[in-house]
Ligand binder design. Structure first.
Ligand code: NI
Length: 177
């Protein structure tokens, strides 16, 4: 396994729309393992392949505190969204920032697993937020697109300044998705 570099907002490569995986083979499974290692090391609770500069529809998530409940979604499709919920979100591609985002409270998603088997998942709470956040990534969207333009520009300027100065990203205070 290998730790991968995570792209940081406002890198334009984060804005690409990821393509469906045509064939789930050992290369994809290696990517999934590398993404899990990268996510756990960050540390984070979710990561989309686009964040490590691979524009395919692959997501890993683990919201357990013990880091032993990895979930892998390949070519996920949201089947239904219900209710409304507000939660503070962060993102490994927007290091150091947490903002309140409104999303659906419950989600039903259909996906392939790392062996190419189809499965359906119903989630609420943090897992539902995480799934919606990651699927946004696959469509080139970031959580900062859900907040005000002023806040988004402020975060963009701060991160651009940090990148120019080569300042290391702060260690996250809370779990980033
Ligand atoms: Ni994210």
């Amino acid at each position: 396994m290998a730790k991968l570099d995570i792209l940081t907002f406002p890198d334009p490569r984060l804005r690409r729309k990821a393509s469906p995986v045509a064939r789930i083979d050992d290369n994809i499974r290696r990517l999934v393992d590398d993404m899990l290692e990268t996510m756990y090391a960050a540390p984070g609770i979710g990561l989309a392949a686009i964040q490590v500069n691979v524009p395919w529809r692959v997501i890993v998530i683990d919201i357990s505190e013990t880091h032993d409940r990895p979930l892998c979604l390949i070519n996920p499709v949201i089947r239904s969204l219900e209710g409304e919920e507000e939660m503070d979100e962060g993102c490994l591609s927007v290091p150091g920032f947490f903002e309140t985002v409104r999303r659906a409270e419950r989600v039903r998603v259909e996906s392939l697993d790392r062996h190419g088997e189809r499965f359906e998942l119903e989630a609420d709470g943090l897992l539902a937020v995480c799934i919606q956040h990651e699927i946004d990534h696959l469509d080139g969207k970031l959580f900062v697109d859900h907040i005000s333009m002023l806040k988004r520009q402020w975060i963009r300027r701060k991160l651009e300044k940090e990148q120019r100065q080569g300042v290391a990203a702060p260690v996250p205070r809370r779990s980033a998705i």
